[in-house]
Ligand binder design. Structure first.
Ligand code: SAM
Length: 245
């Protein structure tokens, strides 16, 4: 097969993912804008809008990378006149470094940045009121472990929310989307970032990720209640939500 990561064993995935994000960290934000024509910004806006963090929210943003969700969360609190705080946790120090640089430039001073694995979070039980993971769950090797960890660190009443690529149900649209993603995205990765392979990994990981209903079932299996999801852009991405009772 010409898809280099297709045969990667589960045990090697963590290593591959870390190499990918080490390579792409510095061009990550630019590539997001180019590949999604800026639409990822709207998806993230809607995501934080749906979270509608109440005053006093203690948010853990896992796989928070370069800070896109954390910055939106802080803006939301500020506009609503709410208090709250956010911890960004990511396994990759390069992504965190880019995030911290951006935070300094944008004068976000009160975000905590913590290196850690979603499958084994470096936090005690019951300490956050919200958990978000945006375009992150797909990169985690053992999704079920990450979901259990989300449940563990949330307080009772806490909310889990995931923003992730999902499955386009409409056949003609999916055909178009597949053509775009399999051919255009690695090519753009090559031209803009000089890196075909990382972007090929990206497309493959999207294709392999469970569809909306399957992911909802997995979130329920981890112990969450009132699990629901919403499709954005015909299901290109979906927002899943659940609560710890
Ligand atoms: N949430 C950010 C956003 O929406 O722009 C970043 C998403 S980026 C596509 C995926 C992130 O997941 C990377 O920063 C990567 O380092 C991180 N990641 C991958 N595996 C992880 C794991 N097991 N635990 C924590 N973070 C992980």
């Amino acid at each position: 097969t010409h898809f280099g990561f297709e045969t990667v064993k589960e045990s090697e995935k963590t290593q591959k993912v870390s190499e990918v994000f080490h390579r792409v960290a510095d061009t990550y934000d630019l590539m997001n804008d180019v590949m999604s024509a800026g639409v990822h910004r709207l998806w993230k806006d809607v995501f934080v809008e749906r979270l509608s963090p109440p005053s006093g929210t203690r948010l853990l943003d896992v796989a928070g990378g370069t800070g896109d969700i954390a910055f939106r969360f802080v803006n939301y609190l500020k506009n609503a006149g709410h208090t709250g705080n956010v911890t960004v946790c990511d396994i990759n120090p390069d992504m965190l470094r880019v995030g911290q640089d951006r935070a300094r430039q944008k004068h976000y001073t009160d975000i905590d940045w913590v290196e850690g694995n979603a499958e084994e979070l470096p936090f005690p039980d019951n300490c956050f009121t919200a958990y978000t993971i945006a375009f992150g769950l797909r990169n985690v090797t053992r999704t079920d472990l990450a979901l259990k960890e989300a449940w563990r660190v949330l307080k009772p009443g806490g909310r889990f929310m995931c923003l992730e690529f999902s499955h386009v149900a409409n056949e003609p649209l999916r055909w178009l989307y597949d053509r775009y993603s399999f051919q255009m995205i690695p090519a753009m990765g090559q031209v803009i970032a000089g890196d075909w392979k990382s972007y090929q990994y990206l497309v493959e990981s999207i294709r392999k990720f469970p569809d909306q209903e399957t992911l909802a079932g997995m979130i329920e299996s981890a112990g969450f209640w009132s699990v629901s999801y919403e499709n954005l852009t015909f299901g290109c991405v979906a927002i899943h939500s659940g609560f710890k009772l």
